[in-house]
Design a protein around this ligand. Structure first.
Ligand code: 5GP
Length: 339
């Protein structure tokens, strides 16, 4: 654990609202009424301890969480705190993803939601007083919720394209994997690609037909990829598409039965490009340090291999090539002093 703590780290799959601190959530929830009653957060707070929620239950919890956090001030605060927490954990580069919310009833539009996120990023850099925190580099991905329709996906893609000069580097297909069709949302992903945005697709559930289509489309990254048939495993290995690995998230949502059963071990030993990520560090009560320690303990990954994985992650970011090389150099320089 101490070695993983000291490693400089790269986070490529972090959902903003999943990063919220327990203490912040409790504070934001106090006084909020839902159907005339105070909001009960027990389910959310206990999620990490219970290993039996279904996908549906997990995503319902996000619906509850969003009723508390979908306010401009709250989003700004959660963004600022998420960056501070990643920096505290030794991250040097983070791609934070979030679904721009359109909630006219709450006075929130997709644009104003993103303005609140960008304000959180700005406040983080303005307030960061420790050199280590100032070292964190952050980019944003806009999440396309697969539970929504293609018009919603198009509007999110359009906003991502407009915000390219504000640190938005791509879009990600996220949300409940048992709902919605990738093929229906694909026009938005095609358009994203045409507009020069990178694309990550979360492929979490058991849906071989969909994963085959996703692989054929060749996204810039895939998420999870836990449920592979032998044919899909072969296709994935041949594709060399980097995979965002979220061990704790997959165990909690029962996509895999245990850490040891996670396909990470196989992908890693086959030399496939992988990046260890947290997914929802606040809700799951985890960190990059912890996820790397799980990798080391469960799969016998050595310190040397952890170092190599960290440096390789720079290549899987959605940064332009020149910035990837600069990040790689930075990681190598910091690794030189990690023993
Ligand atoms: P937000 O986009 O609101 O900032 O972050 C929370 C949202 O991210 C959830 O409502 C859900 O759509 C998505 N999300 C969070 N964790 C996961 C995950 O493990 N898998 C998938 N597919 N989506 C997730």
């Amino acid at each position: 654990l101490a070695f993983c703590r000291r490693l400089p780290k790269v986070e490529l799959s972090a959902h903003l609202n999943g990063c919220v601190r327990d203490s912040t959530l409790k504070e934001l929830a106090s006084g909020v009424l839902l159907d005339g009653k105070p909001v009960c957060l027990d389910g959310l707070v206990q999620l990490a301890e219970e290993t039996s929620p279904s996908f549906g239950e997990c995503f319902q919890m996000f619906d509850l969480l969003h009723t508390i956090t979908t306010k401009h001030d709250a989003i700004t605060r959660i963004t600022r705190e998420a960056l501070a927490d990643f920096a505290e954990d030794g991250a040097v580069y983070v791609e934070l993803r979030t679904t721009p919310k359109c909630r006219p009833d709450l006075g929130v539009s997709r644009e104003s939601y993103m303005a609140a996120v960008l304000e959180g990023v700005r406040q983080y850099y303005e307030n960061s007083y420790r050199p280590r925190e100032a070292d964190l580099d952050c980019r944003l991905l806009l999440s396309i919720d697969r539970e929504k329709d293609v018009d919603d996906a198009m509007a999110t893609m359009e906003l991502a394209a407009q915000l390219k000069d504000k640190g938005v580097v791509g879009v990600a297909l996220t949300g409940n994997p048992t709902v919605g069709e990738w093929s229906e949302l694909r026009p938005a992903m095609d358009a994203a690609r045409e507009r020069g945005l990178k694309v990550s697709l979360e492929a979490e559930g058991f849906n071989p037909g969909e994963l085959a289509e996703m692989l054929a489309w060749r996204p810039d990254r895939l998420g999870h990829c836990c449920c592979l048939t032998p044919e899909l495993r072969q296709q994935l290995l041949q594709s060399r598409i980097p995979v965002e690995i979220c061990l704790t998230s997959n165990v909690v949502t029962r996509v895999v039965t245990s850490y040891a059963d996670h396909p990470f071990g196989d992908l890693f030993r086959q030399g496939h490009p992988v990046a260890i990520c947290t997914d929802d560090s606040g809700i799951l009560n985890t960190s990059l340090t912890q996820e790397l320690a799980i990798v080391a303990q469960t799969f016998g990954v050595s310190h040397r291999e952890l170092r190599a994985m960290t440096v390789a992650a720079a290549d899987y970011t959605f940064l332009p090539d020149k910035e990837k090389r600069a990040l790689r150099k930075r990681l190598q320089a910091s690794l030189g002093v990690v023993v």
